[in-house]
Design a protein around this ligand. Structure first.
Ligand code: ATP
Length: 355
């Protein structure tokens, strides 16, 4: 009898709640189908609605629970009108990332159907890359510093450390070894001293991976190349803010935010959530695309790493691929008419057949 994975479930706000329920349906289905795969789901309240209730978007008890479980599944958090008194948005998902030292943000981008892409000729599977985003320093590192706008000047800070960069690059190279063995560093080393340092550390780490091809690209050119020739990228590794921006751009190449999963990984903990936010414009209507959340659950299974979990991750991906091969399997963001729950049904059927 296999141990059960303790999973903290944080649905959050807006469509986070809707897509979480879809992912839990898929995981429960896999529990039935795969011997030795079992979960204990522990649901917690965090986010903007929790802030309205208790005054704290990430109560200490929830943080402690996230630290103690095997993995955290997160929907999405924050609402545009719910803010701190100084006007900043609540970002408990970023607080969680920083406090758990989840330095490695994985953003896989894969095209499941040519119909999802605004580009002209890509075939399914032809766009298949992973953005590895540094997630604890970079241009986000000064986000909690206070400044006085009355002085007429406000500055942000871009922090790069050797330790933070080295561990990130090692993850990127290890990942590339499981894929097409190519890593592209995205930086701005032609302008910013922090980025010159970032590139130096990259070059040092690259020497330990002679079997992996490397290239170095400035972030502005990377944005252009992602649109012109996305199929040439395998693993992209980059600074926090650059990764934030490029992963939305890359999601746009494969159908939009609803199609993009993510994993935030440290050495001990992992948080798995879709790349999208709470989408207040469509929340409550039952039309959110659940694919990004369901694929995030697959990333969680990969990371849990036991043979039954890895098998579960494989079945989810095969199921999503098979379901999306039918052009009528599409929510509105993909040009279709299916509701969240109808889309989930199609994926559940395909996941069942993927056994
Ligand atoms: P954040 O700042 O938290 O990233 P945001 O408001 O910038 O949030 P999203 O909430 O991701 O961005 O929404 C961006 C757009 O993508 C919105 O038009 C939203 O409706 C759409 N969108 C996001 N997620 C989905 C989804 N799962 N299904 C369909 N549309 C989505």
């Amino acid at each position: 009898m296999q141990a059960r994975f303790r999973t903290a479930v944080l649905p959050g706000d807006g469509i986070g709640v809707e897509v979480m329920s879809a992912a839990l349906r898929v995981l429960r289905r896999l529990e039935q189908d795969i011997a030795g795969l079992a979960f204990i789901f522990e649901e917690h309240s965090a986010g903007a609605n929790e802030f309205l209730r208790s005054g704290d978007p990430l109560p200490e008890s929830v943080f402690e629970a996230c630290r103690s479980v095997d993995a955290v599944l997160l929907g999405a958090m924050g609402l545009p009108d719910v803010r701190w008194p100084d006007g900043r948005e609540l970002t408990p998902q970023i607080d969680l990332r920083e406090r758990l030292d989840l330095y490695c943000g994985l953003r896989p981008i894969r095209l499941y159907s040519p119909a999802h892409s605004p580009l002209k000729q890509p075939a399914a599977g032809e766009i298949d890359l992973v953005i590895v985003r540094e997630s604890t320093e970079g241009l986000f590192s000064g986000r909690l510093l206070t400044s006085n706008p009355d002085s007429g000047t406000v500055e942000d800070r871009l922090r790069i450390t050797r330790r933070g960069s080295e561990r990130l690059f090692r993850r990127a190279f290890e990942l590339a070894r499981t894929r097409r063995r190519k890593v592209t560093l995205v930086d701005k080393a032609n302008v910013l001293p922090s980025m010159v340092f970032f590139r130096t550390v990259f070059d040092d780490v690259a020497r330990d991976y002679p079997d992996v091809a490397t290239e170095r690209t400035y972030v502005d050119a990377a944005a252009l190349f992602l649109v012109q020739r996305p199929q040439t990228f395998d693993v992209i590794v980059t600074e926090n803010m650059f990764g934030d921006i490029l992963s939305d751009l890359a999601a746009g190449l494969v159908g939009g935010m609803g199609m993009a999963p993510s994993a935030d990984l440290g050495d001990e903990c992992g948080v798995f959530q879709p790349a999208h936010g709470t989408a207040p414009d469509i929340a409550g209507q039952g039309i959110a695309n659940p694919v990004g959340m369901i694929l995030s659950a697959a990333l969680m299974l990969d990371w849990l790493g036991t043979p039954p979990a890895v098998e579960g991750g494989r079945r989810i991906r095969r199921g999503v691929e098979a379901a999306l091969a039918d052009p009528t399997t599409a929510t509105r963001d993909l040009g279709g008419t299916l509701s969240t729950s109808e889309m989930t049904e199609r994926i559940l059927t395909a996941v069942g057949l993927a056994g």
